[in-house]
Design a protein around this ligand. Structure first.
Ligand SMILES: Cc1ncc(COP(=O)(O)O)c(C=O)c1O
Length: 391
């Protein structure tokens, strides 16, 4: 439920809201009582700040079943994590395979690397619901590229890749696997060892239920990522070269410790509640939304069916009506807050045939009530009626 009871927040795919109890409190506690710079000064407030940052690393390691929390490196968001991984792994002339469902935070750095480092790029096509065929990935891996980068859960259609099977294919090819978990972390169980992930990029402010300005990269032991940025780490200060050990190798400059205090509380909430419980609640909401929207004549839902491997993100269009117009009506008349357009993923919209106008995206979250879902369905029915049943 949104804080303003007249609003129905259906935009958790962009950023989750509200945050669980404990998140704002942890941030306020940091600002009011702690305040020190983590890992810099030796005094008690700096040590307490370092303890909070360490605790956040440990919570994330527990969530992703990562063996060593020191391999979790904090960034500003998933975009910075993905840029760090792509620019820090790919060298002149390397080959990389990806899918047609990627976000611009993967495609833009890849296009730049194709231009400036002659990196060759193969894009495996996905189907009209955004599902990527594993056979296509297997075929592309026959050329033994250096890196496979995949979107775990689509921010446009919700299709979820079977990560363990993708990981096994990458391992067999000797290809590194980088996973964009921006839409899956916190709503789809991830076990980096079981799933054969080499590098996991995540954002803190969506399914992990933390504040904006947090995110990170988990890098498997034995894989090295060249830093995007170098500077003060509070360690090895006698050296003018960047430390070689993690997380300091990828974490220069003062942390967003206030944000990490909030992220820690968000991930602790997830661990206490259980990703399975969260996923089950969201699946129920999505199933009802899909049922309600599919029953409306003139509405086209894009993405996998309710029983398939998917998250709760739902994209729809009403032929003859611009997504921006639908989103405006839903907001203006019903307080239903959605995200319309291309969702920073033009390739995904080309794949499902909704480029260039895009779709209307509904993304309920753990704090969405079933009654709110009913109101959203009624609001969509009103929009369709206003259009004369679609055109
Ligand atoms: C699939 C996907 N990848 C990457 C991102 C980028 O996340 P952030 O904006 O937190 O950097 C998003 C966020 O919209 C996303 O949905």
């Amino acid at each position: 439920m949104a804080q303003d009871s007249n609003l129905i927040y259906m935009d958790n795919g962009a950023t989750s809201f509200p945050k669980p109890p404990g998140v704002p409190e942890a941030m306020l506690h940091f600002l009011r009582e702690v305040g020190g710079s983590p890992g810099r000064s030796g005094h008690r407030l700096s040590q307490e700040a370092a303890r909070i940052v360490f605790s956040c690393r440990e919570s994330l390691a527990a969530l992703f079943a990562a063996p060593d929390s020191r391999r979790i490196c904090f960034t500003l968001n998933a975009t910075e994590a993905l840029n760090t991984a792509l620019l820090g792994i790919l060298r002149e002339g390397d080959a990389v395979v990806t899918t047609s469902m990627e976000h611009n935070s993967v495609m833009r750095p890849l296009r730049e690397l194709a231009r400036c480092r002659a990196v060759s790029l193969e894009v495996v096509p996905s189907d009209g619901a955004g599902r990527t065929d594993l056979g296509g990935i297997e075929l592309a891996l026959e050329k033994k590229p250096r890196l496979l980068v995949v979107n775990h859960a689509s921010n446009v259609t919700s299709a979820v890749l079977p990560l363990d099977r993708v990981g096994a294919l990458a391992k067999a090819a000797g290809t590194l696997l980088l996973v964009d978990a921006a839409q899956s972390a916190g709503v789809v169980p991830i076990d980096v060892q079981r799933d054969g992930v080499d590098i996991l990029a995540f954002t803190g402010h969506k399914g992990l239920l933390g504040p904006q300005g947090t995110g990170g990269l988990w890098v498997r032991e034995g894989v090295d990522v060249n830093p995007l940025c170098r500077g003060g780490t509070g360690s090895n200060s006698e050296l003018e070269e960047q430390p070689g050990f993690y997380p300091d190798r990828l974490e220069s400059g003062t942390h967003n410790a206030v944000g990490l205090a909030g992220l820690n509380a968000g991930v602790e909430f997830l661990l206490a509640t259980g990703v399975d419980v969260i996923a089950a609640h969201e699946r129920k909401l999505a199933t009802r939304l899909l049922e309600g929207l599919n029953a409306l004549e003139g509405v086209r839902v894009h993405g996998p069916d309710a029983g398939e491997s998917r998250t709760s993100v739902i994209s729809f269009t009403i032929p003859g009506m611009a997504p921006s117009e639908i989103g405006f009506l839903l907001d203006e008349a019903f307080g239903v807050l959605t995200r319309v357009g291309l969702h920073c993923a033009p390739g995904a919209h080309r794949t499902i045939g909704t480029f260039p106008e895009g779709t209307v995206r509904l993304s309920p979250g753990y704090f969405t009530d079933p009654e709110e879902v009913e109101k959203v369905i009624e609001a969509c029915a009103y929009v369709v009626r206003k259009m004369g049943g679609g055109r």
